[in-house]
Design a protein around this ligand. Sequence first.
Ligand SMILES: *Cc1c(COP(=O)(O)O)cnc(C)c1O
Length: 228
Amino acid sequence: MSVSTQFRHIQEEVEHVERACGRREGSVQVIAVSKTVGAEEVSEAIEAGARDFGENRPDELVRKATLFPEVRWHFIGNIQSRRIPDIVSHAYLIHSLHTLRHAEKIDHAAADLGKVQDVLIEVNVSGEESKSGVAPAEALGLVQACAALPHVRVRGLMTMAPQGDLEVAQKCFDDLASLREEIASKLDAEHASSFDQLSAGMSEDWKSAIAAGSTMVRIGRAIFSASF
Ligand SMILES: *Cc1c(COP(=O)(O)O)cnc(C)c1O
């Protein structure tokens, strides 16, 4: 199947699962994770209707965002201090913030560009050592510390579930959703109202994530790999 067929198929399935879970129509955004493909595939996905793309390496983010400025580019990868100006120049949303030191650098870079950078806090819900992200118990503190930075706006939480067991993934997504609610209840009204996003779910587990309340599913292989 072609990229455009696979994208349309995923988009339809997402709308179907939204309805099945009683979610509002259009409440779940598909982020096409294009990290393994080139410009041609991105172009095909755009023609099929994709408007949000995810990249995990700064070089590729810069390259593709420059080629396709008409769509939104999400940064979903490991943040390195020296690449923060490049990331902030091109990212619509950074999903993978988990240290205050990086938040402060993002704040500076965004101030230089005259923008407010939207970010999500990555949480290591599963506690797997191989996963990055702040521990759930530390998430509120980081969100509150970021609230003091004028050029950073925390829009919600992101996680990656362990692969291979949908029940474990479901628990992870449910825990992330509860954590978002708990944190929102402790923020002032202004910060709470924009703390409304959950980035959770990938090619293998996105249905469980939507059931738990995810607002952004990050899908790579199911769109771009012919063999998925
Ligand atoms: C690669 C990647 C994805 C997409 O994974 P698939 O299993 O290919 O859908 C989602 N999120 C992050 C952070 C990734 O690095």
